[in-house]
Design a protein around this ligand. Structure first.
Ligand SMILES: [Zn+2]
Length: 231
């Protein structure tokens, strides 16, 4: 690989489509953002955007980046569904920790078919969220809209439930996992400190956790009704 550092044979058309979705959703993704996300050169991304446009997967305008066409979006949903179901399987049935599922799923998602994906969904009981709390698109390609807010926007005294952790850093995921700060956990917000963005929460066993602003930004929560039990 050292001769041509910006060419990764493992980066496929599907990876690009997913990267456009993950950096921009239904908006336009810039060459730079996609290059960073996939660890490839901006020139490779520009070339690929032209190819994806020819394939009818993106609309590409110079200086405006690339946005997914309807076909591109459907392809992104198909791959996200596959990826997130595999992550769920690895965590629930193969004993993987939640910080290790993403890497493995990135590899496996290239190897499985749509038929395998649907059988896996059935085997898992059609889960709606992956281990990080991200919604799993349906087989028809619909995705649950975002209904949660970052913990940093919670109010002091509020009871919240973690719905999603938007973190790619394994060390951070391990840190949160060890403390039980994972999707489904209920927290009481003790303090939201404006001066430094630190949020202090109390878990259900009464233990306090002080979370710096970057963490409070990447943990997404929903207000928890007092009577509600289970996830
Ligand atoms: Zn993942």
């Amino acid at each position: 690989m050292s001769e041509v550092p910006d060419v990764q044979p493992s980066v496929s058309v599907g990876d690009y489509v997913k990267a456009v979705w993950e950096t921009a959703g239904s908006g336009a993704a810039s060459t730079k953002d996609v290059a960073e996300r996939l660890s490839v050169s901006p020139a490779s991304v520009s070339n690929m955007f032209v190819r994806l446009q020819e394939m009818g997967l993106v609309r590409h305008e110079r200086y405006h980046g690339a946005s997914l066409t309807e076909r591109g979006r459907a392809e992104a949903m198909r791959l996200l569904r596959r990826h997130r179901l595999i992550e769920t399987f690895l965590l629930e049935h193969l004993g993987y920790s939640w910080q290790d599922v993403h890497r493995e799923a990135e590899r496996l998602e290239h190897a499985v078919s749509d038929d395998f994906t649907e059988r896996l969904a059935q085997y898992l009981g059609h889960p709606e969220h992956d281990p990080h709390g991200d919604p799993i698109p349906t087989a028809e390609g619909t995705l649950e809209p975002e209904q949660s807010k970052p913990l940093k926007d919670a109010r002091t005294g509020e009871r919240v439930r973690i719905s999603r952790v938007a973190q790619g850093d394994n060390a951070v995921l391990a840190y949160l996992g060890e403390r039980g700060l994972v999707p489904g956990s209920v927290l009481k917000v003790r303090e939201v400190r404006d001066v430094d963005g630190v949020v202090v929460v109390e878990d259900e066993s009464g233990e306090a956790h002080s979370l710096g602003e970057p963490l409070a930004r990447s943990i997404f929560v929903r207000a928890e009704q007092v009577s509600r039990t289970g996830r």
